[in-house]
Design a protein around this ligand. Structure first.
Ligand code: FAD
Ligand code: AMP
Length: 475
């Protein structure tokens, strides 16, 4: 008889491990199948996010920001730092320690919540059975029976034929977190979220960074004024972003030669390293047997409804492997919703208030609708903006670049979207999410007391500016 669980989660990333812990909290006998093996050869929970995504990238973004501050920004504060030394290996080792601490923490949480960790590759079989094969390929596969299955297998980087990875000079985002020295010239294919974050890390440490972006617009999903402000700042920092540039071929020899085409025809450039950051695709390979009859959608994602139910009764799917933004917190929240639905509770997920953050400097963050989306939906709106330069705190911090925009319904004043670029936007956006969850109006935000001097005053003033009564600006 196959060992049975109430719930088997396939995938131990931020969607899967959060779902499993919530299931266990709700009294279900839960197991997580995960196949991830960290670069030291050890199985590791936390998925892309903890091992090769959100956490290591933020660790390096923070380290590189400290280095850049000491080397270039402290003089404005009257501090002269001479002979600043960079130890890239130590920086990478610190990043690895942060990853290890956090992934080890998930294993501890599993123990505390009695979630069983089944190490290996999971495959859904007919009748909610899950086959687990050892990652090494050696040894026998085991089959387990579940009452409910949650698929949370995440995503992996998209490879392109034009730039095949060689694991050394041409790498994807995983490899970009492992450089042991600063490449003199760094090329990046794709000026999206991950490309910009990786470009920021290595540019701050001294690389000459060129990003080749196939589209003509910078960050199409972002509010155009926010995107324009950010682009100006990034270019001022030295990022060379080339638009309408489609890479046709890249080859590594002593250096990497990259051929691309833009509006002026065929171009080429030489770089020391090339990072391919052209997006991610769902992990569905060998995920289910044919007779399980699991349905994928036209983009290869597991097909789900608004409650993350697949076409198979008792089988759910969450996180990057299903539709919606590929963001860790979106997957985690779906995990909680599904766990609560399984327990017979009213699980719910508000896709309208998923915040987005790009951890460049300045940071970009937004939640809700853009003006373009509202226009095409025929929703009447009005907006207010406020520049960080007009707040005392941003000036005191020498962080003057950026602004906040609040978009509200023209008749009801309900906040429909908040968009910002500026210092600590990743933290400031939380206020906007809370306001939108509580259906706040711009007047509500304008009447709430914000501490002085803080960066949050830019939110306050942007809210006041919707009704043309910001104090520290000519409305
Ligand atoms: P994953 O984290 O991909 O986890 C899936 C897990 O399932 C993995 O461990 C995988 O090995 C395992 N698995 C897959 N198939 C099987 C199988 N058949 N059997 C067993 N195990 C399997 N998002 C943010 O919100 N904020 C950020 O700042 C951010 N930064 C990022 C930076 C980088 C460089 C990258 C690459 C991504 C970043 N992301 C960020 C995206 C974020 O990492 C993903 O959205 C998130 O990890 C998705 O979570 P998930 O649980 O759905 O999948
Ligand atoms: P994201 O979706 O945020 O991960 O960003 C990926 C980016 O890569 C998008 O802006 C794409 O337009 C871009 N991209 C995809 N393929 C290519 C290519 N062959 N050359 C240049 N840019 C590309």
């Amino acid at each position: 008889m196959a060992k049975a669980f109430d719930v088997i989660v396939i995938g131990g990333g931020p969607a899967g491990y959060v779902a499993a812990i919530r299931c266990a909290q709700l009294g279900m006998n839960t197991a997580v199948v995960d196949e991830f093996v960290y670069k030291d050869g050890e199985p590791s929970l936390g998925g892309t996010c903890l091992n090769v995504g959100c956490i290591p990238s933020k660790a390096l973004l923070d380290s590189s920001e400290q280095y850049h501050k000491v080397s270039h920004q402290l003089e404005a504060h009257g501090i002269k730092a001479k002979e600043v030394e960079l130890d890239v290996k130590a920086m990478i080792a610190r990043k690895d320690r942060v990853v290890k601490d956090l992934t080890g923490g998930i294993a501890q949480l599993f123990k505390a919540n009695k979630v069983e960790w089944l190490k290996g590759h999971g495959r859904l079989l007919e009748g909610k059975q899950v086959e687990v094969s050892p990652t090494s390929g050696k040894g026998k596969a085991q089959v387990y029976q579940a009452e409910y299955v949650i698929i949370a297998t995440g995503s992996k980087p998209i490879d392109i034929d034009a730039a095949p990875l060689d694991g050394d000079k041409i790498v994807n985002s995983d490899g970009a977190l492992e450089f042991t020295e600063v490449p003199k010239r760094l090329g990046i294919i794709g000026a999206g979220v991950i490309g910009l974050e990786m470009g920021s890390v290595w540019s701050r440490l001294g690389s000459k960074v060129t990003l080749l972006e196939a589209q003509d617009t910078f960050l199409p999903p972002v509010d155009p004024r926010v995107a324009k402000t950010a682009q100006k700042e990034f270019e001022r920092q030295g990022l060379d972003i080339r638009f309408g540039a489609r890479v046709t071929n890249a080859k590594a020899a002593k250096n990497v030669t990259v051929h691309y085409e833009d509006k002026d025809g065929k171009q080429s450039m030489q770089v020391d390293k090339l990072i391919v950051c052209v997006g991610r695709r769902p992990n569905t390979s060998n995920l289910f047997s044919e007779d399980s009859n699991l349905l994928l959608d036209e983009r290869g994602l597991v097909n789900v409804d608004e409650h993350c139910r697949t076409n198979l009764p008792g089988v759910f799917a969450i996180g990057d492997v299903v539709r919606g933004p590929m963001l860790a917190h979106k997957g985690s929240e779906e995990g909680i919703m599904v766990a609560e639905l399984i327990a017979g509770k009213p699980g719910h997920m508000n896709y309208d208030t998923v915040p987005w953050v790009i951890y460049t400097h300045p940071e970009i963050a937004w939640v809700g609708r853009t003006e373009a989306q509202l226009k095409s939906a025929g929703v009447p709106f009005t907006s207010g903006t406020f520049n960080f330069a007009a707040t005392g705190r941003a000036r005191a911090m020498e962080e003057k670049a950026g602004m906040v925009k609040i978009i509200a319904h023209a008749e009801t004043d309900r906040i429909l979207g908040v968009h910002m670029v500026g210092p600590q936007a990743s933290e400031l956006i939380a206020e906007a999410v809370v306001a939108m969850e509580f259906h706040a109006s711009s007047e509500d935000l304008g009447r709430i007391i914000h501490a002085h001097p803080t960066l949050s005053e830019a939110m306050h003033e942007a809210a006041l500016s919707v009704s043309k009564r910001a104090i520290h600006k000519a409305n």
